[in-house]
Design a protein around this ligand. Structure first.
Ligand SMILES: *Cc1c(COP(=O)(O)O)cnc(C)c1O
Ligand code: SF4
Length: 312
């Protein structure tokens, strides 16, 4: 089945998902439900504590209003250089390629973000051309792999023509829900790109990695594109030594490098996922005693106004 069809068939109705999972669910949610069938099939029926369910299925606790949990926890609005780009750190700019994703993660720090519409990047490209300090463009969003190949190809061609850019980085979670997105055509587009590409995926729990997901990521690795992973530390999902260890082992067994473990950004609707920094540090310390050095992600937090992510 094509990835576009799989995307259209993702669960977006809470009633349908409730019947499918054999669980009562809230009747509505502010950040809409979006869950590809592959991920829904991984949820254990009738189990309200399932780690995939917790990440993607709306919960009534999202409606809690807490003073420190805000719509824009990492000051994206202030970092906006153009409608579709953010610059916080030296040498790299993040391009908001689209607001669309293959799945909606309940803890997403951009769930309230007011994305610009349209698939044109003229303004952004002309800024990138002018800014000689840039080495790297990060294709983010939303999820850049939501865009059709034709648009991605055009964008990569344009970026390739900017001589001071050295690298292009994808930040994507798409292949975790719909690995069918990694088509021969898409791989060809990557292969033809003359800049060094880096690929950063987002996996929080080892259940997200299955044979098809691994095969899709392997196809990217075969193009000499490094594949890294970032996770968010989430209560009930991966806040235990066992899960973090299994996750890192599954990643490094497939040549995927654990890059970051993010302290959750304090976004409105995400408070029930927060794990204390103290507990996070303890988990990383224990993990360090269990695994090879390259299996340990950097535990970081984004603090608005800093010149990089902050190591915890
Ligand atoms: C996190 C982030 C990056 C990437 O930071 P790295 O430490 O290089 O992974 C770049 N730009 C913005 C705006 C970010 O939020
Ligand atoms: S895939 Fe990324 S951008 Fe999209 S909802 Fe999940 S965390 Fe947010």
């Amino acid at each position: 089945m094509s990835w576009q069809k799989l995307l259209r068939e993702a669960f977006t109705s809470l009633d349908e998902l409730s019947a499918f999972l054999e669980l009562p669910l809230p009747s509505h949610s502010r950040f809409p439900l979006k869950l590809p069938r592959r991920l829904a099939n991984k949820i254990e029926k009738g189990n309200p504590h399932d780690p995939i369910l917790l990440q993607f299925v709306p919960d009534s606790q999202e409606l809690l209003q807490l003073p420190n949990f805000t719509a824009d926890p990492v000051s994206d609005t202030k970092a906006r250089c153009t409608a579709k780009s953010l610059k916080k750190y030296r040498g790299r700019t993040l391009l908001l390629t689209t607001g669309a994703c293959a799945m909606h993660c309940r803890y997403c720090f951009r769930q309230h973000f007011d994305y610009a519409r349209g698939k044109a990047f003229e303004k952004e490209l002309s800024e990138f051309k002018k800014d000689l300090s840039l080495d790297e463009i990060i294709l983010s969003g939303g999820d850049p792999l939501s865009l059709p190949d034709r648009i991605l190809k055009e964008l990569l061609d344009q970026l390739e023509s900017i001589s001071h850019l050295k690298r292009i980085r994808f930040h994507t979670r798409f292949p975790i829900g719909i690995p069918e997105r990694i088509t021969p055509d898409f791989l060809q587009i990557l292969e033809q790109c003359e800049k060094q590409i880096w690929f950063v995926v987002h996996i929080n729990h080892p259940k997200e990695l299955d044979r098809d997901v691994i095969e899709a990521l392997k196809a990217i690795q075969r193009l000499a594109i490094p594949v890294l992973n970032q996770s968010v530390l989430l209560k009930g999902v991966n806040d235990s030594l066992e899960v973090l260890k299994n996750l890192s082992e599954s990643l490094i067994n497939h040549g995927i490098s654990p890059y970051y473990l993010h302290q959750i950004d304090r976004v409105e609707g995400g408070a029930h996922f927060e794990v204390s920094v103290e507990k996070g540090r303890e988990l990383i310390e224990q993990l360090t005693e269990e695994l090879s050095g390259y299996g340990i992600p950097r535990y970081v937090q984004e603090i608005a106004g800093k010149k990089s992510k902050t190591l915890l």
